[in-house]
Design a protein around this ligand. Structure first.
Ligand SMILES: NC(=O)c1ccc[n+]([C@@H]2O[C@H](COP(=O)([O-])OP(=O)(O)OC[C@H]3O[C@@H](n4cnc5c(N)ncnc54)[C@H](O)[C@@H]3O)[C@@H](O)[C@H]2O)c1
Length: 303
């Protein structure tokens, strides 16, 4: 089976959601400089136009598509435009994402949860459904890069909607990696810790359809202070993050060595490994249990 190594990028086409800025733009530039045709798709039309100009000034072949990832028909239109412009699609980068509002679960707004789920989870599902038939069609193989987060490896307190959607992205990646292997489509989950972008300002991208109940709810003055404090802490962490350009180079390096989980922060090994340690302990506990220890030698029903 052919490997998707660096030599194969040139002349192929990538479609990147949320590519008008931040990580998506850095990936567009990196893959464009490797000779790929780049389709940048984003909800922010002004930023998209500026990103297109910047990429064109680097002699990168670029198509800009207006895309709200929560709308499957817009994904389909984007993929159609990609094929009409470049003939084939080889890589999907499901990058668009939003941070939600940090805070306690019992105080969380349902509209904010739905927004985070629709963008971070359903947006990835819709992207895959629109792109996979085209990536399969030409038979040359390809890549799907789902942008998850270190938060998908271990739930982050006071950020449960974000963590839940990123864990789902990791999980979907594991499923699709098996489903698409025979088509030589490499599926990876990118799991960065902090990267210096505008993710802490993602309320700027919240669509009107999620605003109704938030608008009608008066935020108490004490809550306003809490929101300000929580957003301030998130902003400081993001500001301390690595440069998106470094992350983009690391993504290519990891894709070239066929990684399913792409890690950008080796210093987070213990954080990500905590779940594995706890799972190990929980299995030890079950093996000691008088109730269920007799199952230890039973055959495993394969999934
Ligand atoms: N920055 C970090 O520290 C960090 C860490 C881990 C994971 N991530 C993930 O990286 C991805 C990119 O985020 P970023 O850090 O570059 O943030 P960013 O806010 O700088 O960029 C996000 C981009 O997505 C676009 N977008 C937002 N909602 C959209 C929608 N509904 N449809 C289409 N486009 C939409 C925005 O316009 C923007 O261009 C996200 O999935 C995020 O969760 C970021």
């Amino acid at each position: 089976m052919p490997q998707n190594n660096a030599l194969t990028y040139s002349g192929k086409t990538t479609l990147i959601s949320g590519a008008a800025g931040g990580i998506g733009f850095a990936l567009a530039k990196e893959f464009g400089e490797l000779g790929m045709n780049v389709v940048i798709a984003d909800i922010d039309e002004a930023a998209l136009a500026s990103a297109k100009m910047q990429l064109e000034s680097l002699n990168i072949n670029v198509l800009a598509c207006k895309l709200d990832v929560t709308d499957f028909s817009q994904w389909q239109a984007c993929v159609e435009q990609t094929i009409a412009t470049f003939g084939m699609l080889h890589m999907l980068v499901n990058n668009a994402g939003v941070g939600g509002v940090p805070g306690k679960i019992e105080q969380a707004d349902h509209d904010i949860w739905r927004w985070v789920i629709d963008v971070n989870l359903m947006g990835v599902v819709y992207g895959a459904q629109a792109a996979i038939p085209e990536i399969k069609r030409h038979g040359e193989g390809g890549w799907i890069v789902n942008v998850a987060s270190m938060a998908g490896m271990m739930g982050v307190p006071y950020a449960s909607s974000y963590s839940a959607t990123k864990a789902a992205v990791v999980s979907m990646t594991e499923s699709w990696a098996v489903e698409l292997k025979s088509h030589n489509i490499q599926v990876s989950a990118l799991c960065p810790a902090f990267v210096k972008t505008r993710i802490h300002e993602s309320m700027r991208n919240k669509q009107d359809k999620y605003k109704s109940s938030t608008k009608s709810k008066e935020i108490a003055p004490a809550d306003k202070d809490r929101y300000k404090k929580n957003f301030g802490q998130a902003a400081a962490l993001v500001e301390s993050g690595i440069a998106p350009e470094l992350l983009a180079k690391r993504v290519v390096e990891a894709l070239n060595s066929g990684q399913m989980y792409i890690f950008t922060h080796p210093n987070y090994k213990e954080v990500a490994g905590y779940r594995a340690v706890m799972i190990d302990k929980a299995f030890d506990d079950a093996q000691q249990s008088e109730l269920v220890k007799h199952l230890i030698d039973d055959d495993i029903v394969s999934l």
